[in-house]
Design a protein around this ligand. Structure first.
Ligand code: TRP
Ligand code: SF4
Length: 420
């Protein structure tokens, strides 16, 4: 398998991906989450980094944010819907939401004109609003946010070519703009922590697993541009300054037991309290004090005709803007986990885990667990054949698209603040 932000190939083994990328399995935090979303419960979200920060902030009622972005290089489809649903869920759970339209990425990596990225970007914005995004959200086009562009420039001072080559496989033919958009994405993710947005806070970034290289770079940069760094020690934290030992002066007055050395200070007590106190000081003296962002990773959406869903193959996906009829037709043509003949299927049962239609039910169309279990059992035991099953899915898709598009029509963008 080959998984990069701009290319996904081969059969994806998710446990292997967790291991290779160094993510954590989502099942580990799931029991801690109140009213988890179906994408969480049904294993579509399979991995995370530092999601405990979000759980803690939710429990304590402290500020936190959710942020993700969409590259407007084609029409929004059911793959994007996953991210949209995740943002909306987190916003309902108390996070401040930030939504980026990655027009700089679409322009520089995919070659779309600014007019086109604007037009497509608005469709993503209307779609996520139709899916429930509330008004108090920061929605922006990358190219129009000076917060993001300024921060991207600042971050890019900490990145060199060898690092980009190692993370993304860039080479001497890679354009400067394509390299720069990696810093722009890092800035997307970190800017909710700028003082203009209330300062350092946990931020969760729901994304497809292919975006993890960006998360790794961003988490590294969060530390690199901040003044103080932390290292666990017996009974507390060792605090260093990345910008010269002079800065250590300012934390000497902290009210904790400590041992002062020339190059670092060991502080004893509750690690989280110490971190919080040191970050507060850093913000006061003008540092970023970024908390490394958390993330969740969802599975790739299977294309309707097998393989991966790709915006360059309209037959492979159902767009949120396909007409209800077109959507229903695509479902009827989709690959299933059915057997070669009806007789065989009655005898052996179908294979829902291999079925694109079942994936649609599970991630998008069926909310009630009981109902989904029934379909799964009927399929596995050969009681239901694919023709009938697809007809049912087609009907659900038809209704969903009709309703979604009506909601999109009704969206009043003037109620939202859009930087764009
Ligand atoms: N690169 C992402 C994509 O191709 C879009 C994106 C831009 C994004 N900025 C982001 C995703 C910030 C998450 C967070 O879909
Ligand atoms: Fe998929 Fe339904 Fe066929 Fe089972 S019966 S393989 S769920 S289409």
């Amino acid at each position: 398998m080959n998984v990069t932000p701009w290319e996904v190939e081969g059969v994806i083994d998710y446990s292997k991906l967790i291991e290779e990328f160094g993510m954590q399995p989502f099942s580990e935090v799931l029991p801690e989450i109140e009213n988890p979303h179906i994408l969480m419960r049904r294993g579509a979200i399979f991995g995370h980094r530092d999601y405990w920060r979000i759980i803690e902030a939710m429990k304590r009622g402290e500020p936190w944010a959710v942020m993700s972005g969409f590259m407007p290089s084609g029409l929004p489809h059911f793959g994007h819907k996953m991210t949209m649903d995740e943002i909306v869920w987190h916003q309902r759970a108390g996070g401040t939401a930030f939504v980026a339209i990655a027009d700089m990425e679409a322009h520089s990596v995919r070659g779309l004109s600014w007019e086109k990225t604007k037009e497509l970007g608005l469709l993503y914005i209307k779609s996520i609003i139709a899916l429930g995004l509330k008004e108090n959200t920061v929605i922006y086009f990358q190219s129009k946010s000076s917060h993001v562009k300024d921060l991207a420039f600042e971050l890019s001072a900490e990145v060199n070519f060898s690092e980009l080559r190692a993370i993304y496989g860039f080479n001497s033919d890679t354009s400067l703009a394509k390299m720069f958009v990696t810093a722009v994405q890092a800035a997307d993710i970190l800017h909710p922590q700028l003082s203009d947005y209330g300062g350092p806070k946990p931020v969760v970034v729901p994304v497809g697993a292919d975006q993890d290289p960006h998360m790794r770079l961003t988490r590294d940069l969060a530390a690199r541009v901040s003044i103080f760094s932390f290292e666990p020690i017996e009974g507390g934290l060792r605090v260093r300054s990345r910008k010269g030992a002079d800065y250590l002066e300012s934390i000497k007055k902290l009210d904790f037991e400590k041992k002062v050395y020339e190059e670092h200070i060991d502080i004893f007590g509750d690690a989280e309290e110490i971190e919080r106190a040191v970050r507060e000081i850093e913000v006061k003296i003008g540092g970023f004090a970024f908390i490394p962002p958390s993330s969740t990773y969802h599975r790739f959406t299977t294309g309707l005709t097998g393989g991966k869903m790709s915006s360059s193959k309209p037959e492979s996906y159902i767009s949120l803007l396909d007409s209800p009829e077109e959507g229903a037709k695509k479902v009827m043509r989709a690959f299933t986990g059915g057997r070669a003949t009806a007789e065989e299927q009655r005898r052996l049962g179908g294979e829902p885990e291999k079925c694109v239609v079942f994936e649609l039910y599970s991630y998008h169309l069926i909310e009630k667990d009981e109902e989904l279990r029934q379909i799964e059992a009927d399929c596995r035991e050969g009681r239901m054949l694919c023709g009938k099953c697809k007809k049912m899915a087609a009907e659900l898709i038809r209704n969903f698209l009709k309703e979604h598009q009506e909601k999109m029509e009704a969206v009043d963008l003037s109620k939202y603040t859009i930087i764009g």
